[in-house]
Design a protein around this ligand. Structure first.
Ligand SMILES: Nc1ncnc2c1ncn2[C@@H]1O[C@H](COP(=O)(O)OP(=O)(O)OP(=O)(O)O)[C@@H](O)[C@H]1O
Ligand SMILES: [Mg+2]
Length: 239
């Protein structure tokens, strides 16, 4: 579903991504972990056409993606690490705007918006502006925006940050069933426990390079009985 070959991204002298190559199968829930500054968000932004790679090739759903292409984005739901919202809209206005941007129309729009508002227990306040929302509520609106229209691919950059335990649990359960039904997810997080619990594959990025790529059974074998994935991650990054 996602195929990345030799992606390089430089910011001046800084090599933020160096020859990053991997693929993700349809129906996979792939975790992307790495220390601060490893290049995770840069990679998401390249997928979304928000940054242009210096080198490399990306294929999404068998389509080669060139910088500036837009059509493929209909297949993607993206929740950035910092929610990008319009503060002077209400949550419903904002989500209506997102639905329109996704070319959603007709009677399903309101049902779809309401479905996600109910899922995250947002309440659909009609008079409150987003600027008065708490951090966690902003995160929920950002996730609603990514999920509206049920896109087949989700790019989630630290998407569970700030969610309360119940919402986080519910969302993680949703992601599991989403992938069982053929959805594909790339999910970054600093909470290794979450990644371990949720993902069937993990990519460890360090200083712009893939340090390790593991399937669930591989990391379970590798880390052994006595250590956690967190300890293994710290060991790899320290090396
Ligand atoms: N627009 C930019 N201009 C210059 N440098 C940038 C830019 N965006 C990112 N960088 C640099 O690229 C590197 C990778 O940043 P990135 O945001 O991808 O890291 P990250 O893995 O997402 O980190 P975190 O876990 O802190 O979110 C960092 O050194 C960062 O300072
Ligand atoms: Mg980041």
């Amino acid at each position: 579903m996602i195929d990345v070959k030799n992606i390089c991204k430089n910011f001046g002298e800084l090599h933020a991504l160096k020859n990053v190559t991997f693929s993700i199968k349809e129906g996979s829930l792939c975790g992307l972990v790495g220390p601060n500054g490893a290049g995770k968000s840069t990679l998401f932004k390249i997928f979304l056409g928000l940054l242009e790679a210096n080198e490399g090739k990306i294929k999404i759903a068998n389509e080669t993606i060139n910088f500036g292409d837009t059509n493929y984005k209909r297949k993607i739901g993206y929740a950035p690490e910092s929610p990008q919202l319009y503060d002077y809209l209400t949550e419903i206005e904002f989500l209506q705007f997102i639905a329109a941007a996704k070319h959603f129309s007709g009677s399903e729009v309101e049902n779809e918006i309401q479905k996600w508002i109910n899922f995250f227990d947002l309440g659909g306040k009609t008079n409150e502006l987003i600027k008065n929302y708490s951090q966690g509520m902003r995160r929920k609106i950002s996730l609603c925006a990514a999920l509206i229209g049920d896109p087949p691919i989700l790019f989630l950059d630290e998407a569970t940050n700030g969610l309360d335990p119940e919402s986080s649990y519910k969302f993680k359960e949703y992601l599991r069933s989403y992938c069982q039904n053929g959805g594909t997810v790339l999910f970054s997080s600093h909470i290794i426990e979450t990644v371990e619990y949720l993902c069937d594959r993990i990519i460890i990025l360090h200083k712009g390079q893939i340090k390790q790529e593991l399937k669930k059974n591989e990391w379970e074998d590798l880390r052994g009985q006595d250590s956690s994935l967190e300890e293994m991650f710290i060991g790899l990054v320290r090396e």
